[in-house]
Design a protein around this ligand. Structure first.
Ligand SMILES: [Zn+2]
Length: 89
């Protein structure tokens, strides 16, 4: 078992990986290895936990509004989250 603080480079890579694949993860589209990587990272990273939570909420509220069209708006949500991160860091 590795620890986040002793592997800052891997943590950063996993963070980008998680942000990039968050929508696929929530849709259950990732390979088992990729899904585990996202899950492990999410345990260590409050930012990604928050991102997945808000993404999940967005998806379910949009699903209620627009049925099966939800998938097309997920990239916009992720873009917004990414640019938000650039602004704050
Ligand atoms: Zn993260």
């Amino acid at each position: 078992m590795w620890r986040a603080m002793r592997h800052p480079i891997r943590f950063g890579r996993d963070h980008r990986f998680t942000v990039r694949h968050a929508s696929g993860y929530l849709d259950g589209e990732l390979e088992a290895d990729a899904a585990r990587r996202v899950r492990d990272h999410t345990h260590l990273c409050p930012k990604c936990r928050e991102m997945l939570d808000s993404l999940r909420r967005t998806i379910s509220s949009l699903a209620g509004l627009r049925g099966s069209r939800r998938a097309s708006v997920v990239p916009d949500v992720l873009d917004a989250l990414r640019s938000d991160e650039h602004r704050t860091s």
